[in-house]
Ligand binder design. Sequence first.
Ligand SMILES: Nc1nc2c(ncn2[C@@H]2O[C@H](COP(=O)(O)OP(=O)(O)OP(=O)(O)O)[C@@H](O)[C@H]2O)c(=O)[nH]1
Ligand SMILES: [Mg+2]
Length: 268
Amino acid sequence: MGYAQLVIGPAGSGKSTYCSSLYEHCVAARRTMHIVNLDPAAENFDYPVAMDIRELISLDDVMEELGLGPNGSLIYCMEHLENNLDLWLDEELQNYLDDDYLVFDCPGQIELYSHVLVLRNFVEHLKHKNFSVCAVYLLDSQFMSDVTKFISGCMACLSAMVQLELPYVNILSKMDLVTNKKDVEEFLDPEPTFLLSELNQRMAPQFAKLNKALIELVNSYSMVSFVPLDLRKERSIQYVLAQIDNCIQYGEEADVRIKDFDLENDGE
Ligand SMILES: Nc1nc2c(ncn2[C@@H]2O[C@H](COP(=O)(O)OP(=O)(O)OP(=O)(O)O)[C@@H](O)[C@H]2O)c(=O)[nH]1
Ligand SMILES: [Mg+2]
């Protein structure tokens, strides 16, 4: 069995930076992890790129040859990826062993998480190849500065979760930029009544019913829970990684094997 994180979230939320920090953390911890670039528009990398969508298709070529703009070209590239899963992806995956751990650095275009099904099919393909997959959704901590931004961030996150149907870990990125930690703490694992009263204060009275419905929706998916991540702190990275490992049951099989071995020895 293989293990995979699908790193998703809005443009600029810190996905690629997270991938490179995670990579460095793993190098220091002597743990093997491979980072895959799935963003056909990416140009510079702070991590060694194990697999690269740009070897399959280049955004510049698509823009030039098809005369599409940057967003249309990106969707074209991703659809090309979708159509080549059993060719390109399978061939690339052959380079990795059973226990390998892959981290997919995705593009940030919102379309990919709302109605374009490429990532869903990508994940189905990985699962079919016996990968245990977890979605890691990054939301910029600046979204926590007020309740309306928070709800909009949650709705985008929810739409991705509904589409992907994966176990997931939500991360609040760029915690180093938060000056007043107290303001953010209220949103990390918020009480629905707190959110509703904040929202009602911000919006005109005719929105009260809508606000209630929104908070109920967000709450009933019990996804309004974020793990803060401060990349300056090793312990913060370690904690986030432990949550994700737990989610994809990484390390559990190895534990079982060690336990089985001990039992055999005991029996002798
Ligand atoms: N202060 C601070 N800045 C960060 C952090 N993570 C990312 N950034 C900055 O935020 C910007 C976007 O970061 P990226 O890692 O490229 O974000 P991304 O989600 O990969 O962006 P796209 O691939 O374009 O969707 C860059 O200027 C980063 O330097 C962080 O933890 N703290
Ligand atoms: Mg990126």
